[in-house]
Design a protein around this ligand. Structure first.
Ligand code: FAD
Length: 434
């Protein structure tokens, strides 16, 4: 039987009547969905709010951006994900404000009351106040941005074939990637493969050697969250692929053509992909004293926010500081997933009047791939790179994607590309203009 829907007061969003405590979750990312999975058919009413109607698998955004896989193979509809979850209700909404005095959140489609509120809003690109860079470059945090990058890259090649101006052609075929973390390294590797395998076939009129890929990193090494050995291996693999890696170099300005760094005017490029930093997506209404470095919300070992008895934060948005992680736990999917599970268990324990358990992160290791057949891996005390690391990377990512259909689509695309050296999605579906 379909449950009765009522709006309790004023502009409250319609939700089914329930006498169960209501847990509202803002964000259907890794943290939000791992929490909701644990609360499936438990004695709570769960309301999930997200500005998108899908969950996105951010680790493979770079493959969409570089025409490797289709966009809809790494996003998954939230409503489909919650099929069979009788106590879970999804509403597509942008959360604008939390009014903790009245246990209410204000969204673009109305208000929602909560008994427990979970903030899992993740993070957004940090341009560190560089307004011109923000205006002219493209971040890579969402599927929409990945599609923008794909269009921009392909549009610039289309322009490069028709211009007779050599300087302009150079700028159109120069690609700057800023940030030497996993996203930057993986994008640079994929772009290098594009140059090697796709450019000569698709654009025979262009001299492929003209295309330059720059990877610009402010620190003195790539992948600085990984071991020295993996950082060195990543640099070695990228150099071999022909990527021009500039370490100890910070971008200071970009006007859509000239990239100025702390060294000198480095180069001219019509494409800049910015992966140099992220900051928390904090909704309005959380006390300023609870905001830590990187615009993240300070939480205790239970994901609780100080000063609020029923509001929690987890995943990228949460800064859970410990002796081992003085700047907060790393902003990676495993932290978000493990915190989601733990918080769900704690909410259920609390409802039974039992004590909560502290969060303890189990680091399963780090992986980053650098083009086909090469990756680096730090697993426990093991540090290795090359083909085995790449196989491991491929299996781990394939298993982590939501939905069997998506796994199949990505697997087929990878197999196709592995054997044919081709990328199947070189489409400008909608034009992009910065
Ligand atoms: C390009 C890239 C590559 C990455 N690669 C890796 C990797 O290889 N391995 C790894 O472990 N991690 C990787 N990460 C990091 C990983 O994706 C994040 O740590 C993880 O997504 C954090 O999960 P989360 O649930 O906290 O946030 P998210 O997954 O970002 O989810 C946040 C959700 O909140 C929603 N939301 C935000 N604000 C609002 C609002 N106001 N109203 C309604 N909804 C809102 C968003 O739409 C989104 O669905 C990568 C990230 C990027 C960007």
């Amino acid at each position: 039987m379909t449950p009765m829907q009522t709006c309790r007061i004023g502009d409250e969003i319609c939700l089914p009547d329930s006498s169960l405590p209501r847990v509202v979750v803002i964000g259907g990312g890794f943290a939000g969905i791992s929490l909701v999975k644990k609360l499936k058919n438990k004695p709570v009413q769960v309301v999930v709010l997200d500005k998108n109607n899908f969950h996105q698998f951010q680790p493979l955004l770079y493959q969409v951006a570089t025409s490797g896989i289709e966009p809809d193979s790494i996003v998954f509809p939230l409503r489909k994900l919650f099929n069979g979850y009788k106590n879970v209700f999804f509403r597509m909404a942008i959360v604008n404000e939390i009014q903790s005095e009245s246990n209410t959140i204000v969204t673009d489609i109305g208000t929602v009351e909560y008994d427990h509120l979970v903030i899992a809003t993740g993070s957004t690109t940090n341009f560190f106040g560089l307004q011109d860079v923000q205006q002219h470059s493209v971040g890579m945090k969402t599927i929409q941005e990945a599609l923008d990058i794909r269009s921009l890259i392909l549009q610039n090649f289309e322009k490069a074939v028709v211009t007779c101006d050599e300087a302009e052609r150079n700028a159109l075929t120069n690609f700057a990637i800023v940030g030497g973390g996993p996203a930057g390294v993986e994008t640079a590797g994929a772009m290098a493969e594009f140059k090697k395998y796709i450019l000569p076939k698709d654009y025979p009129e262009l001299d492929a050697s003209m295309m330059s890929i720059y990877l610009i990193e402010a620190e003195d090494e790539l992948l600085n969250a990984m071991s020295d050995k993996s950082s060195e291996n990543a640099l070695k693999f990228l150099n071999k692929l022909g990527v021009d890696v500039r370490l100890n170099t910070s971008v200071q300005s970009y006007d859509g053509l000239n990239i100025k760094t702390d060294k000198t005017v480095l180069l001219q490029a019509k494409t800049m992909i910015w992966t140099a930093g992220v900051k928390g997506n904090v909704p309005t209404g959380i006390n300023k004293e609870n905001i830590a470095r990187g615009n993240r919300i300070l939480v205790d070992d239970y994901c609780s926010i100080k000063g609020y008895k029923n509001i929690y934060a987890l995943g990228d948005i949460a800064a859970m500081v410990s002796d081992h992680y003085p700047s907060g736990h790393p902003m990676v999917a495993q932290v978000a997933i493990q915190q989601g599970k733990q918080l769900a268990n704690n909410i259920l324990l609390q409802l039974q009047g039992k004590g909560r358990k502290r969060f303890s992160y189990k680091d399963k290791g780090s992986l980053a791939t650098i083009g086909k057949r090469k990756a680096v891996a730090d697993i426990g005390k093991l540090r290795f790179g090359g083909y085995i690391a790449w196989l491991l990377w491929s299996v781990v990512h394939l298993l982590s994607i939501s939905g069997f259909r998506n796994k199949l689509l990505v697997g087929l695309n990878w197999a196709w590309s592995y054997f044919t050296y081709d990328k199947g999605n070189r489409l400008i579906i909608r034009k992009f203009r910065i």
